[in-house]
Design a protein around this ligand. Structure first.
Ligand SMILES: [Zn+2]
Length: 340
């Protein structure tokens, strides 16, 4: 009985999230834009008051109508703030009574037990669907040319997927199960790998500036994309060098934009399944402090004045760390309080 009722509640919450996606035309905006769902922007658009405060014992809370409002802690990273806000939005949209939330239980959402708080289950299911819908997985998987069998069982790849969707690694793994993209055994295996380990292997000997910052791995597959990164993140750029042809990637514009190149080396691709064969030039960089910045690289023959067959890698970065207090960044922009 508990399972039947829980499944029903979960489906209702998922439908509510899908309805909101449709009404707000979110799919098109996201797939042609930043690749992640703007949770704070949606709350702002729905005119639900949202503030960030240094809550110590809760991730977030939601006040019921007629007061109606959402508060999210400043004590956690952006991806947890986003999921928390989506969870509280779920309480608001589903017309729940008020709630104070200390943790989220992704597992309980898919494996309800007796004694489960149905209101929390519904808000979690809403948040997961709102932030991590199946079409968003599909969008990124297609963009990167990943396949379920060869790539999505690899923790490094799922971590890169999570960054592009603006969600935690854990939430991203559970989404793979809830959308039936991977089976339970594969997801349990992914969850055994700790994010700290993945960051460590991706960044090699380099570390992001703080423990919640991330290490991105950007390649030709990201050409033309807009990514939202934290100013403290490390950006690793994989470039295929046309070895022996005299073509070289030119880093002048990258350095000119203020990127600090902390490592630059060539290597033979060790894992052709994941990253293609041939010679790979790998840069590890720290982005500059700026609200927006572009990665702009082109490969050319240095002695040619006007090369016409340059290969290019252009990626726009929106530098957006966690919310640090008061109104959300998007709300402040809308009110003209900060520059874009
Ligand atoms: Zn809740």
């Amino acid at each position: 009985m508990v399972r039947g009722r829980a499944a029903e509640i979960r489906l209702e919450a998922i439908s509510a999230a899908k309805r909101l996606h449709r009404e707000m035309k979110i799919r098109n905006t996201v797939t042609s834009g930043s690749g992640m769902i703007d949770v704070f922007g949606a709350i702002e658009q729905l005119e639900i008051p949202l503030v960030f405060k240094p809550l110590k014992t809760a991730l977030g809370l939601c006040l019921p109508k007629p007061l109606s409002g959402i508060m999210v802690t400043t004590e956690r990273g952006l991806y947890i703030q986003r999921f928390t806000a989506a969870h509280e939005l779920g309480h608001a949209v589903l017309g729940h009574s008020g709630s104070v939330d200390r943790e989220f239980n992704y597992r309980a959402m898919l494996e309800p037990a007796s004694g489960q708080d149905f209101q929390e289950l519904a808000a979690d299911a809403f948040a997961a669907e709102f932030m991590l819908p199946r079409w968003l997985y599909k969008h990124h998987v297609q963009q990167q040319g990943w396949t379920v069998q060869r790539h999505l069982q690899n923790p490094d790849i799922v971590y890169q997927l999570s960054l592009r969707m603006g969600a935690s690694y854990e939430a991203t793994c559970w989404g793979l199960l809830s959308h039936d993209i991977l089976n339970r055994t594969d997801v349990e295996l992914l969850l055994k790998t700790k994010v700290a380990q993945i960051k460590q292997s991706t960044g090699e000997t380099f570390r992001p500036a703080n423990s919640w910052a991330n290490t991105w791995r950007i390649s030709a597959k990201d050409h033309g994309a807009t990514l939202t990164v934290d100013p403290d993140d490390l950006i690793k750029i994989d470039l295929e060098e046309a070895a022996g042809s005299g073509y070289q990637w030119n880093l002048d514009k990258l350095r000119g934009a203020g990127f600090e190149v902390i490592s630059d080396r060539n290597q033979i691709a060790r894992d052709p399944v994941l990253y293609g064969g041939g010679v790979r030039r790998t840069l590890i960089t720290r982005p500059p402090e700026a609200p927006m910045v572009n990665i702009d690289l082109s490969e050319s023959q240095p002695w040619q004045a006007a090369p016409d067959n340059d290969r290019q890698l252009r990626v726009s970065l929106i530098m957006s760390g966690k919310e640090s207090g008061g109104l959300s960044r998007i709300a402040r922009i809308n009110r003209g309080a900060v520059e874009k």
